[in-house]
Design a protein around this ligand. Sequence first.
Ligand code: ME8
Length: 688
Amino acid sequence: MSKKFYITTPIYYVNARPHIGHAYTTIACDTIARRQRALGSDTWFLTGTDEHGQKIQRAAEAAGRTPQQLTDEVSAEFRALWDRMGITYDDYIRTTSDRHQRGLQDLWRRIRNNGYIYKGSYTGQYCVFDELYVDAAGPGAPCPECGRPTETVQEENYFFKLSAFAEPLLDLYTSQPDFIRPETRRNEVTAFVKSGLRDQSISRSNFSWGVPVPDDPRHVIYVWFDALANYITALGYGSGDDSKFKKFWPADVHMIGKEIVRFHCVYWPAFLMAARLPLPKSIVAHGWLLFEENKMSKSRGNIVRTETILDVLGADALRYFLLREVVFGQDGSFSFDALVQRYNSDLANGLGNLASRTLAMITRYFKGEVPYPSHTASHTAEEDLVAILAKHTISEFGELFEQYQFSRALEQAWALVAAVDKYIVENEPWALAEKQDEGSRSRLATVLYTSAEALRIVTALAHPVMPAATAKIWAQLGLGDITKFDLSTLKWGQLPLGTKLGKVEPVFPRADKSAIERMQQMEDQGRAPVTGAASTTPAENVGSRTTSPGHTEPAAVPAGASQGSASLNKPAALVSTAPDGKITIDDFAKVELRVAQIKIAERVKGADKLLRLEVDLGTETRQILAGIAEAYSPETLVGRKIVIVANLAPRKMRGLESNGMLLAASLEGGKPVLASFLEDVPVGARLK
Ligand code: ME8
């Protein structure tokens, strides 16, 4: 019996239209699902949309629609995008569907009947943007996750006895080290659970857009309880027909972005333990896609729409780029330049060129039939080396893929492409073809067979990553439908001799500079203020309207120092402006400015302007990168108190993570001057 394999994406909120951050997770899952199917696993791939909660209700109000209208519209948009991209999801779950609501209520009852739900009252802070209870903060305090102001909630709620699960969760993380991947995330979650778990409110009563609590419809179920349940309700859990649930649960992989690790690695297994249901086998968290060094997100207004790339370069180019360029698990930058460069070097010049030159030569010199290689005189050690490398690539690629190391797996496969290219250049088949003697003819057959066989192997391996292009190359190789190929049997030497090639056509036409301009233009047009369903919620309406699309980032001194104005720079990405250019006090409150003391300062290798600082915030030490090296030598900074923006999302520069931004006056044509105090101020003090 074939192995079963169940993989899920997060279900995406419908308050924002899809962008390439969502596509990234979905592409990674689709690639894994395709590979599993090709290896013969009985695979189930689930995606869908998260449609309840206060955030969606507010987004609908802001867009002048009912929540149902908004969710229908945006959910359909996500689905249409996945269809256009050829994402092979087996099911698409919506949390507003009847099947989900039935299953969810069943899960609630089950946990309640097991004694883990009780009624209490919650008074505290709530972040609508993250749909997160923030227990430890006072009124008006910013959300520790996103920095937006939290709202005070005073409600009678149902509580989940999360506190009962600290020990079982810690046991789980120890006994199943692969439960949370990568390891850094496991360590974070373990530390969080060790710091103590409080019971969790799992219902809301001051708005109605949600699934009613069983037997108490004045309450709706907390949106994260609701959302997480999708992974089982989609399989028919709690419905009349739970055959899929029996077959596919537990999930093999829940793939998520790193910001929702806690919900998946703490709450979800605790809910399942309370329901006495099996736990998923692993939660795999990837990093963020950054654009201009910030997390790509609608609230920052720095998203890149997938459609733009599909229109200009196609889905395969995007899939390859994301999986090859971003080290899975870490943050990775997206830029059109890098996309086009990768496309040209690896696809147009790499695989595409190998395919077209090999197939064109077979067409020309052997009438389009795969030639017979010689095992005698014309066979040299060079062919053996290509074969050995190919065998090694097959096994390495598989192992790296199993560990979600897509970029390294692809790097291996492209090392084979490069080796074969070199082999072709060194053996000059075009020169052999000019000679009429039998030895040259036989050598020519060997060289082209070897090249075609290596091409077949790379094509088979790359198929889950680039389904459309590899299907074409496969057909051009005369091998028919690639989806019928059993990847588990892949080995060197299977290319049937005498195979008649299909019609040979270029698969990856070279992209010129205009491709970048076109994509940028399309994005600039697309990023104009959005109307309708994608309008921002009040909580989200920050920084999404920019005069210069794609340049919403603060002009303060993160990396590049002086940007022009002589004012103390404000992080523009965090504030919304009224028509007269003013911001409200609430907007200002979103920016967490704090006093920090520099503990370590040093230059960053290869970056003239950049210093790496470690600063003490009283409660923690942070690493910040600042473009002030031309104005301050590192030794003069140690011990100095400065002002930092403490709630800026981390960003990477020169491979280092910068966790915050320091404030400086940046003078036209001059050097930045650090903000500082005349009086002594304690480290950690907030500036308001
Ligand atoms: O969190 N880089 O939904 P969401 C990488 N509904 N991945 C990104 C990304 C970026 N810049 N932006 C988004 C939710 N993603 C909840 C989930 S699951 C039971 C409920 C991807 O619409 C990434 O997978 O905010 C991230 O975790 C997810 O989209 C968040 O989508």
